[in-house]
Design a protein around this ligand. Structure first.
Ligand code: SF4
Ligand code: SF4
Length: 186
């Protein structure tokens, strides 16, 4: 019958309208900001940097700058750290992301070979100053692996497994190298 679909749709709307006074699950909206809906696991917003124990010493980032090169709108800025002798070390002295420019494409995450940068779910980021306040520095970007597990538990578990395997392989390789050196010296 012509118009049957429309009638069915209106019936559903009426059920939700009346039902929402009695059943909370029929409400599709909440009274934000007093009430918040937890984001879904795969929800993503802007990137953050993962650290394992200490945010000052254990960032996974080795300052390789691949993400900086690949970021389409060029909103990542990295300066590699240098030691007292002026030699470059594998750590970022400066790591800034201009989140007012970031388009949440996740390319930085995909190209990072060290699982050092991941997508956050923080979305309430409105600020009075569109420039300074939305330029996130290394300290602001650093978040723990525990936090990563809270927001993306499945993905973080996979990453942990992969990193563990890589560590095991590196240790086995180092041990084999050591034994070969000892054998050659004997
Ligand atoms: S976040 Fe990853 S890709 Fe970017 S500089 Fe650090 S290690 Fe390299
Ligand atoms: S999510 Fe995309 S736009 Fe944002 S910093 Fe990463 S690569 Fe750049």
């Amino acid at each position: 019958m012509v118009g049957l679909g429309i009638l069915k749709g209106l019936r559903e709307t009426a059920r939700n309208l009346i039902g929402s006074f009695y059943q909370k699950e029929r409400l599709t909206t909440v009274q934000y900001p007093e009430e918040k809906i937890a984001p879904k696991e795969n929800n993503r917003n802007f990137p953050f940097l993962v650290f394992d124990k200490d945010p000052e010493a254990n960032l996974r980032c080795v300052s390789c700058k691949i993400c900086e090169k690949e970021c389409p709108p060029q909103c990542i800025y990295i300066v590699q750290k240098r030691n007292e002798k002026g030699k470059a070390v594998k750590y970022p002295e400066v790591f800034d992301i201009d989140v007012s420019v970031c388009m949440s494409c996740q390319i930085c995450v995909e190209v990072c070979p060290f699982d050092a940068i991941k997508m956050d779910q923080e979305f309430a980021l409105s600020r009075e100053d569109r420039f300074e306040d939305l330029l996130f520095d290394r300290v602001r970007l650093s978040k723990s692996n525990e936090y990563y597990h809270q927001i993306h538990p499945t993905e973080a578990g996979e990453v942990d497994g992969r990193l563990k395997e890589q560590r095991k392989q590196a240790e086995a390789k180092a041990e084999a190298k050591k034994q070969a050196a000892e054998k050659a010296a004997a």
